[in-house]
Design a protein around this ligand. Structure first.
Ligand code: BG6
Length: 463
């Protein structure tokens, strides 16, 4: 049965950081495109009035996107209203019910609140009968490990069935991540080499040059593995390595991603290097003797026929020299051409798939160096997708729009969540100290050698 478009959007935590930085700017974009036609009811604890909410929304849009267009913003502001209340107080939900009125059954309840509040709100919605046909949107983290993820799911599922539970992993909303699928399967040239016969190794780097700034209190009990690897990077890994979906429906894509995650080997300590940047322990909210990793590099394996024997290296960290999300697929070397000069070592072909900051691809190919003899030299073939094809939508724009229309394509499933926890479970909360590294470097030296003597393939920052 096709999903019903949302009759109302109820945004819990509208005064918070997530709503401000990501959801409200996304709503502005949807308004600009003419894709919103429902009231937006913000719920939070602050004692705010309509004016405060509108000011907050304007600031949110300005900070994220620059000065809003007056007529677009005024349409958005007209949709906004505010319900004040505690999340554990039934009167709050009474007020929400009144405000949503007859639209209650087709409403989308978006929980931009801390995870401990998810089940509290879900239960309170159910008590008011607001869970009948509505959708519940929740944001990662989904649990703290495998068992807490299962426990959270059990609680939420008492009130909302799987098909009406929308779990946000905003990397699934990034067009540049989805593009991996198009690049791989719409180009016969690449589709044919995407396997163990032709691929030597795959390296995935998600580097951020920011520190944890004012998020110490959130970050310290979490660390890099929980914050971005278990969710975002495993989704990227799934797109990089999955088989082609067996149908055009969103479930087919989700199923295939999950099937890939099922084949990823559970990590062991010897394949992981954790790091912590110097100065991290001085950040407000971070324990003075914290063993939390702000960097991690891991050697991974996928146990299926396509990838047997191909190492997948994944690394991420805060305070690194760049902010970039890039996968590098290294192809196996071609047989040596007898004409080449003896000492001319030929580099492998590399396929660099850049997803952030702007999407694009660079292929490192070999060409004859001008001159008398035969010498092969690496030259890049590059394309920047935004320059060539135009701008893409924001990840949250797509996530919020899908939640409103009821499409599950950019959301993750409970099984994918559990598989991802299963993969990282043995390397969570390791008692040993992470290796320290200097801010502005590529992480600890031990991690540099994880992919072998040659180290990591340099990420390509200018396509
Ligand atoms: C969030 C993490 O989920 O994703 C942050 O909590 C991280 O630590 C962020 O910086 C990265 O997302 P994006 O879209 O800014 O690359």
């Amino acid at each position: 049965m096709p999903a019903r478009p949302a009759g109302a959007l109820v945004l819990f935590g509208i005064t918070g950081d997530l709503a401000k930085k990501l959801v409200l700017p996304a709503l502005y974009r949807l308004e600009e495109r003419g894709d919103l036609d429902q009231p937006i009811i913000g719920v939070a604890r602050s004692d705010w009035h309509q004016d405060d909410l509108v000011r907050h929304a304007r600031e949110a849009v300005e900070d994220a996107l620059g000065k809003p267009k007056a007529e677009v913003f005024s349409r958005l502001a007209d949709r906004l209203s505010y319900v004040q209340g505690e999340y554990d107080d039934s009167r709050t939900f009474d007020r929400v019910k009144q405000r949503v009125g007859p639209r209650a059954s087709s409403a989308v309840y978006y929980l931009a609140v801390p995870p401990p509040v998810f089940a509290v709100v879900a239960e309170a919605l159910a008590r008011e009968g607001l869970n009948k046909q509505s959708r519940l949107v929740v944001e990662k983290p989904f649990g703290h490990d495998l068992s807490s993820a299962k426990a959270l799911d059990q609680k939420l599922r008492q009130f909302f069935p799987e098909e009406r539970l929308f779990r946000v992993d905003h990397f699934l909303g990034k067009e540049s991540v989805e593009d991996l699928l198009v690049f791989r399967f719409a180009n016969g040239l690449f589709e044919q080499v995407w396997n163990r016969d032709h691929v030597q190794s795959v390296q995935l780097t998600f580097a951020e040059n920011l520190d944890v700034a004012d998020r110490g209190g959130f970050y310290d009990p979490v660390g890099a593995i929980r914050d971005v690897v278990q969710n975002h990077l495993f989704q990227v890994l799934a797109y990089l390595a999955m088989d082609s979906p067996s149908g055009s429906d969103p479930e087919a894509e989700q199923r295939e991603r999950t099937r890939l995650l099922r084949a990823v080997r559970t990590l062991s300590k010897r394949n992981v290097v954790r790091g912590q940047y110097d100065g991290y322990r001085k950040v407000e909210g971070v324990k003075a003797n914290s063993t939390t990793e702000t960097y991690v590099a891991m050697r991974m394996a996928i146990d299926n026929a396509r990838w047997e024997g191909v190492p997948f290296y994944v690394r991420t960290g805060k305070c690194l020299p760049e902010t970039i999300l890039q996968a590098v697929v290294e192809l196996k070397p071609a047989p040596r051409l007898p004409q080449l000069e003896r000492h001319n070592s030929v580099a492998p072909n590399l396929i660099r798939l850049r997803m952030q900051p702007s999407a694009g691809i660079t292929l490192d190919i070999q060409a004859k160096e001008p001159g008398p003899g035969y010498r092969a030299k690496t030259v890049p073939l590059s394309v920047d997708f935004e320059r060539t094809l135009g701008p893409t939508q924001l990840a949250y724009e797509r996530v919020v729009s899908d939640a409103l229309s009821g499409s599950r394509i950019h959301f993750t499933s409970q099984e994918a969540v559990e598989q991802s926890w299963r993969i990282v479970d043995p390397v969570l909360d390791l008692p040993d100290l992470p290796v320290s590294y200097k801010p502005g470097t590529w992480g600890p030296e031990q991690a540099e050698r994880l992919p072998g003597r040659e180290g990591w393939i340099r990420v390509d920052t200018d396509i």
